[in-house]
Structure formats: structure tokens, C-alpha cells
Design a protein around this ligand. Structure first.
Ligand code: CAA
Length: 379
């Protein structure tokens, strides 16, 4: 496990921090309030290599690796958790092609996704298939030179802005997680449109929509991997995705901690700064300890990914612990701020709402425990 960052990792972290504090922090509250998806900022992130961090340079990525990715994403999410989830899903969207795509698909799509010239999204969830994607219904019928796609996906992060959709569809007669296949579908393909936008509790500057497919003809060459491999492609992309969400949660947690420390020094009650009370100090100590532990778990998972070791269990541990820690940290930060924390005047109100999603998407805490327990009990 790397206890110290390499010079390159530290450079990436500082670059992301500088970008986040200048480009995200000043407008994050307004973007949240007015639900503005910062498409221009996302494009800039692409040019900085932040959307293809785990893709090697030969395929247009920055080749920075998973550890650098975690450090950068923490910094982005610290300033704007909405942009954090956008960055996480954009990077996740490079994984299916990187691991399972053929050379022409890599050259036509992966390179442009990794450079940020195209924005990718990941479409797995359906109205009746959330924690259990093996029950998904969206159908892609094999018609020879194309597949005919019919069905609906929901809760798709930046689906309205994505140029390329990583779509998981049912192609075979097999039940459950067998008989699923993965495709790339381009925006503008006839029969594919964006449906309703979700009105969310938090992460309001990230876009979350329904995607609708009606007799949509997807060329055969857009099949990723072989038919029937869809579930495994999705699960393996989610392993990386979970490292991203863990990092987003740590960024939120660190912001909660910093806001709390600042407020504890400024706010005076009973004639002294509230930070001089042990009750507040213990909250801060618990937050700091949880965040550090979450960071170490996440870096461990990322380091294993960089070294091409299995990391499903470690990614689930990181996601579980970091997301629960961010929720606890946001609760404590709001408690420290008292009544003011409950108003939109203070950043902790947004952090509290943003943290909530992290224990839900990319696998709930209950699903992470299931993954961890299965791995641990395999013997
Ligand atoms: N990598 C590769 N293969 C994997 C895998 C992984 N991580 N996990 C499982 N598989 C394989 C298994 O080896 C198995 O293969 P065989 O049939 O050849 O043995 C096959 O997939 C089926 O595995 P399981 O029996 O474990 O499958 P299951 O139906 O019991 O489901 C689950 C397991 C862990 C519950 C899984 O369904 C799951 O992760 N659910 C949560 C889904 C989720 O995270 N959704 C998030 C939506 S995306 C999102 O939120 C993005 C966003 O926008 C923010």
C-alpha cells in the first residue's frame, strides 16, 4: 500500500485542486441552486486529461492511473460534488471499451472519450432493475447487421449531455444476469431520445435523466465484447466506478471537516470559541479519523487496480466506508453549525444533501456489504 504519493501523483492532485478552487468553488452554490450543468467546465476538464485518467496514453488517456484519479477526484468533489460525480461517471464510461472493446472501437470512441472530446455515460439501471441489474428488461434484438433496441433506462448521470451511451441490454433468451450484452450508442441515433429529468435532493448541478429507446437500430459493430458478456462488463466497470464514488465521498467529507474547523474557530458562545469545547473537538476528531481511514481504503483499492490485482472487494470496502463516513461527517458538520448549517447561507447545507447519494448509487451500502461478504466468505 503506498503511504506516500509519488511526485507525479502529487502534481496531479495540485493541478486538480487549483482547477477546482478556481473554476468550481466560486460558482458551485449557484449551480446547485439553479441546477446548472457546467458543460463548459467539463470540457475544460477533458482537455486537462481528467476524464480519461485510467486510459493509457496510446488510447488518448492521461495514463495517470487509479491512485492519481482518486486524488484528483477528491479535489474536484471538495469544491463541487456534482462535478465530482460527472467526472466519476465519465471515467467509468471509458472502462468497457478499454477492457472489452476491439481495436476499431478503441480508435473510434475510446480515444475521443479519454481526451474529453466525447462525454460518455453508463446506462444500466431501469425502473424495475436497480440493485438487481440481472433483472433488466431493455431488449436488443439481433437483426443481423444491427440490433433493434426497445426499452427505458433511468437515473442516468449526465445522460442529456452524453455523446456516447454505454448501454447494457438483454439480447439472449437466458434469464437473470445471463443473456445481457453491452453496446455503445451514439447521441442522435434515430429512436434514441432523452426523457424526464430527475428533480433531486442534492447533486443538483449534475444531470440525471431517463433514456428512451424505441425501435432504435444500433449497428452490430457497436456491440462491445461478445454477446452475453454484458453483466460482467457492467460489474467490472462498476468496480472502478466505486473507487470513484469513494473518492467523491472523501472530497465531500474533507469539505465538511474544513468548514467545521473554520466555524468552530469563528463561532463564539458562552464567551469563547465553540472549538474550545470538548464536545465539538470530539466531533472533529471523529470526522478526521473517518476521512483518513476512508482515504487509505480507497488508495489501497486504487493501488491494486494500478497493479492489475483483483480489487472488487477493496473497491466495495472503500465505497461503503467512504460514503457512510461522508454522511456522518455531513451530519456532524451541520450539527456544529447549528441553525446556520440548516440554511443555504452555509456550504454544509449543500454538502449534507450531496453526501446522501453516495451510499445509494453505484451500489447501495447493502450491496457493497453483499459483495464484501461473498468475497470474504469464499474461503
Ligand atoms: N467483475 C467481473 N465479473 C463479475 C463481477 C465483477 N466485479 N461480479 C460478478 N461477476 C460475474 C460473476 O463471476 C458471475 O459469473 P459466472 O456466472 O460466470 O459465475 C456473474 O457475474 C454473476 O455474478 P453474481 O452471481 O454475483 O450476480 P448477482 O446477480 O448475484 O449480482 C450484485 C451481484 C453484486 C448484487 C450485482 O448485481 C450488483 O453489483 N448490484 C448493484 C448494481 C449497481 O451498482 N448499480 C449501480 C447503477 S450505475 C450508477 O449508479 C452510475 C451512476 O450514474 C452514478
Amino acid at each position: 500500500m503506498p503511504h506516500t504519493m509519488t511526485a507525479e501523483q502529487e502534481m496531479v492532485r495540485l493541478m486538480a485542486r487549483d482547477f477546482a478552487r478556481k473554476e468550481l468553488e466560486p460558482l458551485a452554490a449557484r449551480r446547485d441552486r439553479e441546477e446548472i450543468f457546467p458543460a463548459d467546465v467539463i470540457r475544460k476538464m477533458g482537455t486537462l486529461g481528467l476524464l480519461g485518467m485510467m486510459v493509457p496514453e496510446e488510447y488518448g488517456g492521461s495514463g495517470a492511473g487509479a491512485v492519481s484519479y482518486c486524488l484528483a477526484l477528491q479535489e474536484i468533489a471538495y469544491s463541487c460534488a456534482s462535478t465530482g460525480v460527472t467526472m466519476s461517471v465519465a471515467n467509468l464510461s471509458t472502462e468497457p471499451l478499454l477492457k472489452f472493446g476491439n481495436e476499431p472501437q478503441k480508435l473510434s470512441h475510446l480515444v475521443r472519450l479519454a481526451r474529453g472530446e466525447l462525454l460518455g455515460c453508463f446506462a444500466l439501471t431501469e425502473p424495475g432493475a436497480g440493485s438487481d441489474p440481472g433483472s433488466l428488461q431493455l431488449r436488443a434484438e439481433d437483426k443481423g447487421d444491427h440490433y433493434l433496441v426497445n426499452g427505458t433506462k433511468v437515473f442516468i448521470t449526465h445522460g442529456a449531455y452524453a455523446d456516447v451511451v454505454n448501454l447494457i441490454a438483454r439480447t439472449g433468451p437466458e434469464k437473470g444476469n445471463k443473456g445481457l450484452s453491452a453496446f455503445i450508442v451514439e447521441r442522435g441515433t434515430p429512436g434514441f431520445c432523452v426523457g424526464a429529468r430527475e428533480d433531486k435532493l442534492g447533486l443538483r448541478a449534475s444531470n440525471t435523466v431517463e433514456l428512451i429507446f424505441e425501435d432504435c437500430r444500433v449497428p452490430r459493430e457497436n456491440l462491445v465484447g461478445r454477446p452475453g458478456l454484458g453483466f460482467k462488463i457492467a460489474m467490472s466497470a462498476l468496480d472502478s466506478g466505486r473507487i470513484g464514488i469513494a473518492s467523491q465521498a472523501i472530497g465531500i467529507g474533507r469539505a465538511c471537516l474544513d468548514e467545521s474547523v473554520k466555524y468552530a474557530h469563528e463561532r463564539r458562545q458562552f464567551g469563547r470559541a465553540i472549538g474550545s469545547f470538548q464536545a465539538i473537538q470530539w466531533m472533529i476528531a471523529d470526522m478526521a479519523t473517518g476521512i483518513e481511514a476512508a482515504h487509505l481504503l480507497t488508495i489501497t483499492a486504487a493501488d491494486r487496480k494500478d497493479r492489475e490485482l483483483p480489487f472488487s472487494k477493496e473497491a466495495s470496502m472503500a465505497k461503503l466506508f467512504a460514503s457512510e463516513t461522508a454522511n456522518r461527517a455531513s451530519y456532524l458538520a451541520l450539527q456544529i453549525h447549528g441553525g446556520y448549517g440548516y440554511t443555504k447561507e452555509f456550504k454544509v447545507e449543500r454538502l449534507y444533501r450531496d453526501a446522501r447519494a453516495t451510499t445509494i448509487y453505484e451500489g447501495t451500502s447493502e450491496i457493497q456489504r453483499l459483495v464484501i461478504a461473498r468475497e470474504v466468505m469464499k474461503g
